[in-house]
Structure formats: structure tokens, C-alpha cells
Design a protein around this ligand. Structure first.
Ligand code: FAD
Length: 292
């Protein structure tokens, strides 16, 4: 099923993100974790793609398994930066052959050592190039794109970021998923600006439950997200106690989702990071709300 057709305008839907193993030896445990998450019947599950290429096969294997065994629609991530047209086309064909209808079209991070390369020689410089390729070669795919409530770290300012985002959407994105954020006001501000900039496709906010103190630094480095004082206090208080931190982090993410829903946002993506217990707890915290 296409994600654009399953997004709700009234009821809250929750989707989960998982990531593939890096090596064959990790495959079974990741497969098991993703199956446990699939059993929670999320609206859909997204499977990330390692920009280094090593995990692209596993992205598809995991996505296909979830879809075929549990009937959960899947979204396969695909990055394009510094790849050749032939490689990307092969990967697109493999997604199609796997029966996956939804593709998250990403640029990916520029690989270390290539920051100063002559990018005009690359087949794909930005995600928009991949979106165009997908649209031209496989117009049936439902295409997602990434967006950044706190602007992409390479963008000069939000106006420029939103201008580029609009071009990407106009090239063929059916929906957008946001980078994680820990202050909902940043999301509301971004949505306002995006709508003002003429972007009208559904925007699915991405919420990351932080369940241990080490994750905080990693998440901030990865996303450049602003950490509100309220969240910092939670980490200060509970960071030393794994169980307490986990409970507090899940409660914080649940609270974010409830606030989003109370403010009219009906589809939320949870960065569940191959943790079925975290996904299960988020879902059970929202059980009556999901059923309302
Ligand atoms: P783009 O949309 O190309 O944007 C990148 C930057 O270039 C932005 O600053 C944009 O404003 C600017 N830009 C765009 N077009 C132009 C143009 N024509 N001229 C000048 N500037 C331009 N990474 C992975 O490796 N694997 C994953 O599975 C993965 N999943 C992700 C899922 C989500 C929801 C998000 C938010 C990010 C994900 N990422 C993933 C990270 C992502 O690859 C990086 O953030 C990357 O740096 C940018 O990718 P993008 O698709 O947003 O790029």
C-alpha cells in the first residue's frame, strides 16, 4: 500500500523506523527485532539505508520480510550522493522487484574525504535528482523526502532551505518526514513556514524517544537538534539510571506525540531504532488515544 493513501486526516497513526544490520552476522537479530515491531501493526515501517552501500541489500531484505510476513506497508530508504546512475538504477529495480511501493528519496551525507570533490561531475548532487529519476523511470512509486524543522546543517537559512524543499516536492515527493526535534514549537514554526512557502504535501513529524544518556549527544550531533531545558533536566536527573532514563525518555516522546495530535497533526513517525520494547511502550501509552 502506498503511504500517501494510508495517512489519516482524522485519527492518530503511528509508524516506526528501523535500520538494517551492517553485516550478515547481525541479520537474524535485526530481523527478529523488526518483526516484533511489525507485530504492533504500525501504519507503516521505514527501513533506513546505509550511505556507504554496505547495507542496501539488507534494507530490502528487512523491508520485504516485514511486508510479506506481517502485511505492514514498508518504505525503503535510498541515498544517491556520489553514486552513479547505473548503481542507483539497479537499486531502484531491486526495490521494485521486492514489491515495495514506497521509496524515501535521500541525498545522503557526503562521504568523508569527498567534501571538496568537484560535485558537478556527480550524477546525483541532491535528493531532487533522485526524486526526478524515480518519477521518470517508475512513476508508480510513492516518494517521500526528508525535511528539517531546524534547517539542514548545510543550508544558509530557513528561507533557502524551504525554497529547495519546495523544488524537491514539486519534482515529485508525495510526502515529507522530518528530522527529529525535541521542541514541538520548532515543528509548528517550520510547518507554518513550509505552508507559506507553498509546500502542501503531508509532513510527518519524526519523534525520537531518547532512552539512554549517551544517545543524547549522538542524536544532537546527528541532527543538530535543539535540546530544550526541560529535556536536559530529565537527562541530568535520570541519565545515570538506565531504567529510569528509558522510562522518562519514552514519557517525553509520548508527551510530544500527544501535543502534536492535540494540535491537529495526525501522522507521527517514531524513530524506534530496532527497539521493540520502546515501540511497544509508546504504542501502549497511546492506546486509548489511538482508539479514540
Ligand atoms: P537534500 O534534499 O538534497 O538537501 C541537502 C542540502 O542541500 C540542504 O541544505 C538543501 O537545502 C540543499 N539543496 C537541495 N537542493 C539544492 C540545490 N539544487 N542547490 C543548492 N542546495 C540544495 N541518511 C542516510 O544515509 N540513510 C538514511 O536512511 C537516511 N534517512 C533519513 C530520513 C530522514 C527522515 C531524514 C530527515 C534524514 C535521513 N538521512 C538518512 C540523512 C540525510 O541523508 C542527510 O540529512 C543528508 O545530509 C541530506 O539528505 P536530503 O535528502 O535531505 O538532501
Amino acid at each position: 500500500m502506498k503511504i500517501k493513501d494510508l495517512l489519516s486526516k482524522e485519527k492518530l497513526t503511528i509508524s516506526f523506523e528501523v535500520f538494517p544490520p551492517k553485516t550478515e552476522s547481525g541479520f537474524d537479530s535485526v530481523k527478529h527485532a523488526t518483526e516484533e515491531i511489525a507485530k504492533l501493526c504500525p501504519a507503516f515501517m521505514s527501513v533506513t539505508y546505509g550511505a556507504g552501500g554496505g547495507t542496501s541489500k539488507y534494507t530490502l531484505d528487512i523491508a520485504k520480510n516485514i511486508k510479506e510476513r506481517y502485511g505492514v506497508p514498508t518504505l525503503a530508504h535510498l541515498t544517491c550522493v556520489s553514486s552513479t546512475k547505473d548503481t542507483v538504477r539497479e537499486k531502484i529495480s531491486a526495490i521494485k522487484e521486492a514489491g515495495i511501493e514506497n521509496v524515501m528519496a535521500l541525498r545522503g551525507d557526503v562521504p568523508a574525504g569527498l567534501e571538496n570533490a568537484d560535485r558537478s561531475l556527480w550524477d546525483y548532487r541532491y535528493a531532487i535528482d533522485l526524486v526526478k529519476e524515480l518519477k521518470e523511470t517508475n512513476p508508480d512509486f510513492c516518494i517521500g523526502g526528508a525535511c528539517y524543522p531546524e534547517i539542514h546543517p548545510e543550508s544558509e537559512n530557513q528561507r533557502e532551505d524551504i525554497k529547495r524543499l519546495k523544488e524537491k516536492v514539486d519534482a515529485g515527493c508525495d510526502f515529507l518526514t522530518t528530522q527529529m526535534f525535541f521542541d514541538n514549537n520548532l515543528l509548528y514554526n517550520f510547518l507554518y513556514k513550509a505552508r507559506e512557502g507553498g509546500i502542501w504535501v503531508p509532513v510527518i513529524p519524526g519523534v525520537m524517544p531518547i532512552t539512554n544518556a549517551n544517545q543524547v549527544e549522538r542524536a544532537m550531533k546527528l541532527s543538530g537538534s535543539f535540546m530544550p531545558q526541560r529535556f536536559k533536566s530529565i537527562v541530568d536527573k535520570f541519565g545515570h539510571s538506565p531504567e529510569a532514563m528509558k522510562q522518562a525518555g519514552i514519557a517525553y516522546a509520548t508527551d510530544q506525540i500527544i501535543d502534536l495530535y492535540a494540535n491537529g497533526i495526525t501522522n507521527v513517525h517514531v524513530y524506534s531504532m530496532n527497539k521493540p520494547d520502546v515501540a511497544e511502550k509508546i504504542k501502549s501509552n497511546l492506546l486509548d488515544i489511538l482508539g479514540s
